[in-house]
Design a protein around this ligand. Structure first.
Ligand code: HEC
Length: 158
């Protein structure tokens, strides 16, 4: 066995041993967080949902007096659980955020949000939060026939 081959085998054995360690050891993707940290993170999410709730209903994203809530009360028919999917209005497989922008620009005559803006994330947070517990089901079928109005447990929930 030449030297290179020996070294290769040795390095493969080390990699394997490391792999076994990862599988059998208690390796965590992130360090454990305290209850206080978890509460803070949860509060940050609920802040985004509340911001989305406001934007969804105040009409500020459009210019013609309409708000998302006029056509999608409580997030209904925004179907976040079906994205990404082929959306005929977009002419391609698109995301929930792109469809939110489509509704801002077309029925509400407003200006598209940057896809990674705080506002867009809040809109997505509101839509998905109102649908928590609804099964994820990306499907082309939803495009042919009435868009089903699926409602989750809503918000605020308690
Ligand atoms: C005047 C009514 C109206 C308003 C206002 C409106 N939408 Fe829509 N929205 C629609 C209609 C109609 C569709 C269905 C379009 C289609 O699939 O052909 C739709 C589709 C959607 C979809 C895709 C649903 C799916 O299953 O494909 C999302 C997401 C959505 N709207 C979010 C919003 C958001 C967020 C706002 C506010 C920024 C908003 N809409 C404002 C009428 C409206």
């Amino acid at each position: 066995m030449n030297r290179n081959r020996k070294m290769m085998l040795a390095s493969m054995a080390t990699t394997l041993a490391a792999g076994v360690l990862i599988v059998t050891g208690t390796v965590q993707a992130k360090p454990p967080r305290s209850e206080a940290q978890v509460a803070q993170e949860q509060a940050a999410l609920m802040q985004a949902v509340a911001k989305g709730d406001g934007l969804w209903h105040d009409g500020s994203l459009g210019t013609n007096g309409l708000a998302c809530g006029n056509c999608h009360p409580d997030g209904s028919a925004s179907n976040p659980h079906t994205f990404p999917k082929f959306q005929t209005n977009l002419g391609k497989v698109g995301t929930l955020r792109e469809m939110i922008n489509w509704c801002i620009m077309v029925p509400m005559q407003g200006k598209a949000l940057a896809l990674d803006s705080e506002e867009m994330i809040a809109m997505e947070a509101y839509s998905t939060f109102t649908h928590r517990g609804v099964a994820i089901a990306p499907a082309k079928d939803e495009q042919y026939g009435a868009v089903p109005v699926v409602s989750g447990p809503g918000y605020p929930s308690q």
